[in-house]
Design a protein. Structure first.
Length: 157
């Protein structure tokens, strides 16, 4: 059965040996024992490091690449539902660089939408000075979150 945790020993372990002997030796409260205290202090210091997370896996900070990429936002219901609106964003590394304000897609054909998204990629390429051939990712967003006003889904009150 393990010995009980002593708060006094834990606090003492954080002091230098010289200060600990002054406080707890013959001139102090008399609890210092040369036979045991060195090992106890080592044990309590190790416990404090473990409890503070010093013996856990350390994290490393590495700056992420600052490459440009574009994402396409499609405001539509899941499945084979018509496209409500679309938007796009240009990112550099982990931060958005610029964005295309979403537009409603009512009455636009698939070919017109495809042509428009290619024009957006060209505009983003000019903005960042590098060639963007395709969207890095395409996200489908619920039409309920359409930010365009006025919008048939969000009638003005």
């Amino acid at each position: 059965m393990p010995k009980p945790f002593k708060q006094k020993c834990s606090i003492c372990s954080q002091l230098t040996t010289k200060k600990a002997r002054l406080l707890h030796g013959e001139e102090g409260d008399g609890c210092w024992d040369d036979k045991y205290c060195h090992n106890r202090r080592s044990f309590y210091r190790k416990q404090a490091r473990t409890n503070n997370g010093e013996n856990t896996i350390q994290s490393v900070v590495v700056e992420p690449p600052q490459n440009y990429f574009a994402i396409l936002l499609l405001y539509k219901d899941p499945g084979e539902r018509p496209l409500h609106a679309l938007g796009a964003e240009l990112w550099q590394g982990q931060t958005p660089n610029c964005k295309l304000q979403p537009i409603h897609c009512f009455g636009l054909t698939g070919g017109t939408i495809r042509e428009y998204t290619e024009q957006v990629l060209e505009a983003f390429s000019k903005q960042c000075g590098t060639s963007l051939n395709k969207y890095k990712d395409i996200f489908e967003v619920s039409p309920e979150k359409c930010p365009i006003r006025p919008c048939p889904l969000h009638p003005e009150s």
